[in-house]
Design a protein around this ligand. Structure first.
Ligand SMILES: C[S@@+](CC[C@H](N)C(=O)[O-])C[C@H]1O[C@@H](n2cnc3c(N)ncnc32)[C@H](O)[C@@H]1O
Length: 369
């Protein structure tokens, strides 16, 4: 038994009841996430988003799905307050549903900064290897990134896509005027994008700076394939290339004007080796940009306003992924600024500067050689 709370019986009951209510609301939220996942993966929101009312058979025939399942999903979405129904008193198959326009942007417009559809894929992906994860907690082993599968990979790609295409080159890089000027200058600047995942950051930088050459590196084969596919779709294969490489490989060669690492250092088993390689790639003249989660400076019981989410990713995904190779720094998603400073100094950098970008989820660090 732990130390008693020293609360009165009434206060204890009130606290218990509030917790029961909280878990019920969390269950509701969990069902919402998984039901939205179904809608995203099966193309229901895309089919509903042009507006207009659809019956269950109308939606089923547009998406190649089974009417009875679709009807249940439409009713569930309506009761959850996501869809609207035009004629709720009608016979079940005659009821017509629609997606409110304001929600269509969030659920089906992948170019919008407000699109959260990929978040549901990330959540589902994070629990994909659940039994391996349970086993890892017992043995201390890790769970490789590839075992999290397509939803984690594509969810990760999707959740940052609009940020990389709309904010990275337009708002983030210009806060480093010397880097911005170099990226616009000649001869064409070279960028290495380590832990590039599906490559949207590389593509975003190449779109914003029309002369730069970008090399993306990632350890995950499926991500590199996806990145190449995305670069081809963006007609950038002449300036953006992707390579299956470990960011910490001391053999990584070349000289770059800018080396970036977006949301990936905390996933690496050996972040110091990766930073050392990044330092080598920029020599004494280039710049290094690391973008990480905007977690608090220190651990507190309340956490800051993003830590509830970052600890969630950490216990299910980032820590096990970081432990997939030994030795491991065992960092986890909640990599605090002091941890990054320590890694950077160990890797040979002189100092770490926090850039003046006010983003809810991200903190931008420039590492000085
Ligand atoms: C959370 S994802 C971030 C992907 C991308 N930068 C983004 O922001 O969407 C982390 C990525 O780091 C990659 N990664 C982890 N360890 C790596 C290493 N040692 N070398 C290269 N890539 C690595 C993973 O394969 C994964 O694609």
């Amino acid at each position: 038994m732990g130390t008693p709370d020293h609360l009165s019986i009434d206060a204890l009951s009130e606290k218990r009841d509030a917790f029961v209510e909280r878990l019920l609301q969390a269950t509701r939220g969990t069902f919402e996430i998984f039901s939205i996942y179904l809608g995203v993966r099966l193309g229901f929101y895309d089919a509903l988003s042009p507006g207009g009312w659809l019956t269950s058979s109308g939606l089923a025939s547009r998406t190649g799905t089974h009417e009875r399942y679709v009807r249940e999903w439409l009713e569930q979405q309506t009761v959850a307050g996501i869809l609207e129904v035009e004629n709720e008193q009608a016979e079940a198959r005659a009821r017509r549903f629609r997606l409110p326009q304001a929600y269509a942007e969030v659920l089906s417009d992948q170019d919008s900064l407000n699109c959260l559809a990929p978040l549901t894929r990330l959540v589902v992906g994070a629990v994909h290897p659940l039994s391996a994860l349970l086993e890892a907690y017992r043995t201390g082993d890790g769970v490789p990134y590839a075992h999290y599968g397509i939803d984690l990979r594509e969810g990760q790609a999707g959740i940052n896509r609009a940020i990389f295409l709309k904010q990275l080159g337009q708002e983030w890089l210009p806060v480093m005027p010397d880097v911005h000027a170099r990226l616009l200058g000649v001869p064409p600047a070279r960028i290495a994008d380590v832990g590039c995942g599906a490559g949207w950051s590389s593509i975003g930088m190449a779109q914003r700076y029309p002369h730069v050459q970008v090399d993306g590196f990632d350890l995950d084969e499926a991500s590199i394939e996806l990145a190449r596919h995305n670069a081809a779709g963006a007609r950038l294969t002449d300036r953006v290339q992707f390579y299956l490489r470990d960011a910490g490989d001391p053999q990584l060669a070349g000289r770059y004007d800018l080396v970036t690492a977006f949301e990936c250092l905390h996933d690496m088993s050996q972040p110091v080796a990766a930073l050392r390689a990044m330092r080598q790639l920029v020599g004494n003249a280039g710049a290094v940009l690391v973008v990480e989660e905007r977690v608090g400076e220190t651990f507190t019981a309340l956490g800051n306003d993003v830590e509830w989410m970052m600890y969630g990713w950490s216990i299910l995904h980032c820590l096990p992924v970081g432990k997939a190779e030994a030795p491991s720094a065992e960092t986890g998603t909640v990599m605090r600024p002091d941890t990054l400073r320590r890694y950077a100094l160990e890797a040979g950098f002189q100092s770490v500067e926090i850039l003046p970008i006010d983003h809810f989820f991200f903190r931008l660090y420039r590492l000085h050689t």
